[in-house]
Design a protein around this ligand. Sequence first.
Ligand code: CIR
Length: 256
Amino acid sequence: MWTAITREVSAALADCELSHIPRKAIDVALADAQHRDYRRALEALGCRVLVLPAEPALPDSVFVEDVAIVLDEVAIVTRPGAASRRDEVASVAVALRRHRPVLAIDAPGTIDGGDVLRLGRTLYVGQSARSNAEGIAQLRDLLAGFGYAVQGVPTRGCLHLKSAVTQLDDDTLLLQPAWVERERFADFRVIEVDPAEPHAANVVRIGEALLMPASFPRTRQRLIDAGYKVTTVDVSELQKAEGAVTCCSLVFRAGG
Ligand code: CIR
């Protein structure tokens, strides 16, 4: 059974961190409605969706992906690169402790979960403005005993590694070649985003199904043509906060 931890949109979402896109007015009520649709989409794909209450004082707290890495054996709560986001961690750690032993990244290490792409027993971690060498080294040490390798990957021009590359199936990645070198993933088949849709590489994979933003029809068509089953959800207001679809949930296997 798939479980997805999510958190309701903060009323302060408009005060979010922004790194690579200009600030635009965000309709928080619409963001809230879109987040509900996102949760319904996850349910339709077979997830049991847990919803943490909104954190009114933490603008980016809807983006729960960044505060934890959840593996089959263990969860790691991160120390987010943006100081404004560090108070998001504690409540997610409480929720995770019901499902996994929980370990933590400590200062001066930083990691954003959006930088962590697990492919089999290797965790690729974006060497971004949010995830530093100390955080990556700590993650490597924490996971060595569980049989996971941790490998840093340079990124450029994007917020997180998973802005640039996500997994479509065990052998295939969806990738934005302007933001990460394709050669870093030489063992994988790669489908590139449509050049007109630079932000389209971020998709949620639940088993055989994919969930992606509605705003990338060309890339979606590439995936459909390649035989994937693709569901879309309108996340325009969350995209204005530099979020997309993976960032709004922590998906893992739990319970029977
Ligand atoms: C931030 O800059 O931290 C938020 N405004 C957006 C975080 C999106 N997270 C993600 O894609 N994993």
